[in-house]
Design a protein around this ligand. Structure first.
Ligand SMILES: Nc1nc2c(ncn2[C@@H]2O[C@H](COP(=O)(O)OP(=O)(O)OP(=O)(O)O)[C@@H](O)[C@H]2O)c(=O)[nH]1
Length: 172
């Protein structure tokens, strides 16, 4: 059955873990779409922690694909009825902006790829707007685009959860 869940939170809020729990309650196979790129040792270490956790679910339980830029294209290529976790929209947006892609049409492409899904899809994103106004223009634009993107996804999601200090709070 088609269902779309949107999980938001700050850095290290436990949002990925919560999203994985939602997925593991849905039928296997579980597809993991990673938008992060390992440019340095710190990111490699973070990614390794995520991979180790997924491996804890059993060898081959998760199938991982990278989608730093063409997230809609990667989603569309997966079987529509299978279970998918996208982690995370914030890094996808950041990759788009750093590569001079317009986030608005990219968001529309994501919405149409989501509309074609027939199974369970969980999307993870950061809620980045709680802090002070960033000093540089790119960071302000990023914060605003992240807010717009999150609103668009939340509007079409069946459920929205904000994870705070590891605790899920139901928003929708
Ligand atoms: N390329 C790649 N990235 C991955 C993989 N597994 C996880 N990631 C990325 O790891 C990123 C999340 O890393 P963290 O920095 O630990 O997340 P966080 O936001 O601080 O923490 P939580 O709120 O606890 O999830 C996501 O954007 C994923 O795309 C993988 O196998 N390959």
């Amino acid at each position: 059955m088609r269902s779309l869940h949107f999980v938001l939170g700050g850095a290290r809020s436990g949002k990925s873990r919560h999203a994985e729990r939602l997925i593991e309650a849905a039928p296997a196979p579980w597809h993991y779409i990673a938008t992060a790129q390992a440019f340095d040792d710190e990111m490699r270490e973070r990614i390794a922690m995520h991979r180790a956790r997924r491996e804890g679910a059993g060898a081959g339980a998760w199938q991982t694909r990278d989608a730093p830029l063409d997230l809609p294209g990667v989603l569309e290529k997966l079987p529509a009825r299978e279970t998918v976790l996208v982690d995370c929209l914030t890094l996808w947006l950041s990759n788009l902006m750093l590569n001079d892609h317009d986030p608005k049409p990219a968001a529309e492409g994501l919405l149409s790829a989501l509309a074609a899904r027939e199974g369970t899809t969980v999307l993870v994103s950061n809620e980045v707007g709680f802090g002070i106004v960033p000093e540089n223009a790119l960071a302000r634009r990023f914060r605003d685009e992240a807010g717009f993107l999150n609103q668009k996804i939340a509007a079409v999601a069946d459920s929205v959860t904000l994870v705070v200090a590891g605790l899920p709070m139901k928003v929708k």
